[in-house]
Design a protein around this ligand. Sequence first.
Ligand SMILES: [Zn+2]
Length: 550
Amino acid sequence: MRTNWALLLAAISPLALAAAAPPPTFSAERLSAVDKTLSSDAFEGRGPATPAEQKTVAYIIQQMQAAGLAPGGAIVGGKRQWTQEVPLLRSEIVGQPQLAMTIGGTAMPLTQGSEIAVRAPLDGAKQVDLAKAPLVFVGYGVTAPERQWNDFKGVDLHGKIAVVLVNDPDFETGEGAFGGKAMTYYGRWTYKYEEAARQGAAGVLIVHETAPAAYGWATVKNSNTNPQFDIVRADPKAAHAPLEAWIQRDLAVKLFQAAGLDFDAEKRAAQRQDFKPVPLKATLDAHYAADVGVIRSHNILGRVAGTTHPDETLLYTAHWDHLGIGAPDARGDRIYNGAIDNGTGISALIELGRAFAHAPKPDRSVVFMAVTAEEKGLLGSEYYAANPVYPLGRTVADINMDALSVSGAAHDFTISGSAKLGLLDDLVAAGKPLGLAFTPDPDPAAGHFYRSDHFSFAKRGVPAVSVESGRDLVEGGKARGNALAQTYVRDHYHQPSDEWHADWNWQGVTQTLTLVYDVGQKLVTSREWPNWSADSEFRAARTTSAGDRP
Ligand SMILES: [Zn+2]
């Protein structure tokens, strides 16, 4: 057979080689090994600014370096560092808080973590003393002028405790001004706390119910009874009421009964625009001291510099922190290892960095940021977004990875929460040749769009999503995928049992990596600036920051 040398030479010309650069291989062994190390007891659950932070940061820098990344953090003394320092307010309740309710004239002591979960104060106070503070039910605690909605109706909450429901007013009916089942930001517990502070309340009690909260009491207890953090604020009292807490539904039912009210009937009333605040026949006594100070944690940034447009940055993020050491579970385990949440995301971030570091140099820069304090309220990403190392107007997009699936390959992928943006269209297009269909968040009511680090970027206009594999598993389909997801949320999410297992199947993670790598390669070799859909609440901020571009 005769060889056509001209054709063969054309096929192996540098241009053809570049175009046909082999797809990266993502190693399940390396992914598993990094996760195993990060989630081992030696890393003590990776609490920010604990002794474990130093160990965690050193390990991630070492891994980024070994993957071929350059330092991508702040410039200190003319030298680019691996990290960005993140100052945080830290507050911890000293001893057992003294808590009691007087319900219909009868005093009843409350046990921290049992009927109530009070978090350490973040308004800067070192002592909280509330005596006989009256309770007022304020429905969903929402002020949304653009939706003609105000649950407060002018009630004066000074010196009083607001009792609020979690999620937004149309969660249960599935139809209304708040996106139906999907959660708006008004449904988030962070919003409930912020709005109570704006209303001048002395405190806020969020009524826990598993369906609208989307997680059980164990999660509430574990996330609120450990040290609390915030970014350092000029006026912390504007952002936080003196007392911030959750209560169990059973206690709320008692409160309403004492006032001659039915909890479910009052909840239905709160789902209407004409709802009015209801004074309850109960008061709260709360006395506790707090140890308050400023601690310094760190975001970790590795970078591949762009060739032609190095000042334009594609960002990949994953949070390195977890809950640290806390209350013991039934087995007496106190270390919250966070193997899935978010050892998976960090091992994936490093593996992705390795792929970009070994690919042909990109036109635009790519930054891989392991952020701190996600579990404390998205604080590392919030700090970065408020103090960006690379201007947000010239940040192409943020693709975040948080708690990836170790249940094996899937036929689909998803993003956390629902949003409309060009970046998602890019992901959908990149998924097709990989055999990955897009499935919208199966549980938009859980408000996942507001629960991971991409949100710190989204609210400032940067197109941002958290990507994960779908539940339609190659082995076992949707039935097995849904069952495994439910088991994780019930038995392991934010619990000491979120531990590494040797038999995990990392194929779902390598699929996700291939997807976000392909989209990233497209973005860093194009002049495209992804944007939000025309009706998105985030588009205006993107338009404003576009002025930063050359
Ligand atoms: Zn997470």
